[in-house]
Design a protein around this ligand. Sequence first.
Ligand SMILES: *Cc1c(COP(=O)(O)O)cnc(C)c1O
Length: 469
Amino acid sequence: MRYVSTRGLAPVRDFAGVLLAGLAEDGGLYVPETWPSLAPAEWRALRGLPYADLAARVMAPFTEGSLAPEALQGICREAYAGFGHPAVAPLVQLEHDLFLCELFHGPTLAFKDMAMQVLGRLFDAVLTAQDRRVTIVGATSGDTGSAAIEACRDRARVDIVILHPEGRTSEVQRRQMTTVLSPNVGNLAVAGTFDDCQDLVKAMFADVPFRAEMGLSAVNSINWARIAAQIPYYVASALALGAPDREVAFAVPTGNFGNVLAAWAARRMGLPVRALIVGSNRNDILARFLAANDMSVRAVAPSLSPSMDIQVSSNFERLLFELLGRDGALTDATMKGFRAGGRMEVPAAAWREATALFSGFSLDDDGTLAEIRRLHDACGYLADPHSAVGIAAARAWLGRAREGVPVVAMATAHPAKFPDAIAAAVGLRPALPARLADLYERPERYRSVPRDLAAVEQLVRATARRNAG
Ligand SMILES: *Cc1c(COP(=O)(O)O)cnc(C)c1O
């Protein structure tokens, strides 16, 4: 499989190349040169497979040429073996035609693990084949750091150093990172804000000699491999509900547009998907776009669903590229205009094509708490604030009476990650799953560091040396 950039100017790469490159040199995002497509009989042949095996089969066309199918299968089996539920991504029925796909049974209790656990192992496989090492650096305000650390811990070819703002993450979030004592993991508590941490990471990438010395890399949400690893759960849940002989719809609580883009990709591969319902919190740029072709940036406002507090959804560029007929120059001009003017000009025909499939929905914090309460009263289910937005979006769509099409809402975080919101909604605090119950007793390891590039680079070097030696 070959990959092209959405801006049309970066070199064409294979899967290993796009995995290691992340962002393309022309500022674009990598997408498959042609989309694989499965016939109905091929979808049917996937029914009943254990999740890890299904995932390997669905991902195989994307890794072709870089990884043997058996190696991919081994990676998927290992990646999902540590999940806290034997079905990996179980379906839960909430109402007659409303289902939940629980994506939060991984090590950090959020859906990022579904892709990240595969990604870390893919890095190892590809780097071993090329006899290389990389050092992953990243900044986190909380959740993405722990998913990246869990993905990279104990990997032979990867070191990882995550910067967090000292004293500004929740204790659960900090402990999920700092109690990982693997030699290839470094945690730096920076005296500063999340923005300071991000600036330090950018400065490390801009320090060309250091970047080359360390083989710096990132695992951010624009990496194509993360999208590829998110396609299988859409396939698995659709097959369980009768696809390819029956249509389904998906409702996805959305931030960077990565999760819902994977649903779009599953449809592009031939899965019968009637509708994609995008759930937003009060940061509703995508809902405004889908309602009225108004993609205009406003200030980010904090909400109960922090992983969706985003105004510019980076993965939207991949959909835009398709809507614009895969015209890289036009995508480039549209994105540059968006960055410069804060408003995206999407041609009317492209917008109409998008709205034929996608619908948007937004919910404020009061509505989110009400949805958590309603669900708990109706069937005893506890949904986290992100998942609640998706469920409310699904119900709104079902309310417009499209009979016979079941909706699967994506549950993206475990309720115990957001105990304050749950307590505000229903007056009880959900317990952490048993495998994390001793989190508060585990020893921590991290280094406090001033907001100083040289000091940070020195500690990154020390972490990388500790592992390579
Ligand atoms: C990252 C995240 C999202 C948003 O997913 P995108 O792929 O960025 O749209 C939603 N919910 C939770 C809990 C997340 O961690």
